[in-house]
Ligand binder design. Structure first.
Ligand code: ADP
Length: 262
């Protein structure tokens, strides 16, 4: 019996990132993906996992995430303690991609468990159980982070960064973003062209009044609202303007740019 064909999550390549990822996978190299929020990092990993027919275990890292959350812990039940694997350990035992999203958010002790997995030993020591797990051939570690949010306390140490092949993502070129919006929303070509132009104008403001430019994710939201019948200005206000800023002057400036486009 053959395994059922897995649906391939839609991903519009921007350059040769799919080939690079596949080469890294073949050579058992860990991959770091950096780029602004909502530019397609998670979708890319989901696409590549399906394309390489690998299980995907995703962990959204946050500032309370510890090494034990990744590796596992002893729990107590029925008067006895038993061990429960964390997501990283599960991926190492069973094979597949372990994707740590926004890895810089995690507590510092987590990098300690990643290091032996990212050099040629490819092992995961589990201190609490005394196990030393050897990662199978089809295990791959992928991490992502957004350099834009970075501040001194939250950045990857060079000793960690230099263990990964790094792919730099950014907002896609207009023709790529057009293809993404079309596929994701089904909105008509004329409206999509207006949205993509608007995105360029809004992104030029990033760094001045805005911490970060409008993401492809938000453009998809705006396109979906418009495809569902919302008036373009209202859709853009809700999906593009309000999520970008809480400052009244900035919101007014962004809304004026939207009104000039639609
Ligand atoms: P992040 O970079 O924050 O992980 P996501 O991968 O979740 O961002 O992307 C957000 C949304 O943007 C996706 O759900 C998808 O609709 C869209 N998207 C962005 N870039 C692409 C792309 N190259 N191909 C397909 N969809 C994309």
């Amino acid at each position: 019996m053959t395994a059922p064909e897995r649906e391939l999550p839609f991903y519009q390549p921007v350059g040769d990132e799919c080939e690079l990822f596949e080469a890294a996978w073949r050579q058992q190299l860990p991959v770091l993906i950096k780029g602004p929020t909502g530019c397609g990092k998670t979708r890319f990993v989901a696409h590549m996992a399906a394309r390489l027919n690998l299980p995907l275990i995703t962990v959204s890292c946050h500032d309370d995430l510890t090494a034990a959350d990744l590796v596992g812990r002893h729990l107590i039940g029925d008067g006895a303690t038993y061990w429960v694997d964390g997501p990283l350990t599960r991926a190492v035992r069973e094979g597949g991609i372990c994707y740590l999203d926004e890895v810089v958010e995690a507590r510092k002790d987590t990098t300690v468990v990643l290091h032996p997995l990212t050099d040629d030993r490819r092992v995961l020591p589990i201190e609490r159980t005394g196990e030393l797990l050897q990662a199978p051939k089809n295990f791959m570690l992928v991490v992502s982070y957004n350099p834009g949010y970075q501040h001194v306390l939250k950045s990857l140490k060079p000793s960690t960064r230099q263990r990964f092949v790094a792919l730099a993502f950014d907002f896609p070129r207009p023709e790529v973003e057009t293809a993404v919006l079309k596929q994701e929303s089904g909105l008509d070509d004329a409206r999509i062209a207006q949205l993509v132009t608007l995105a360029g104008q809004l992104r030029r403001l990033a760094g001045y009044d805005l911490e970060e430019g409008v993401s492809t994710r938000l453009l998809v939201y705006a396109a979906k609202l418009m495809a569902a019948g919302m008036a373009p200005r209202r859709a853009c206000r809700t999906a593009l303007v309000e999520p970008l800023s809480d400052d009244t002057d900035t919101v007014a400036a962004l809304a004026a740019i939207v009104d000039a486009q639609f």
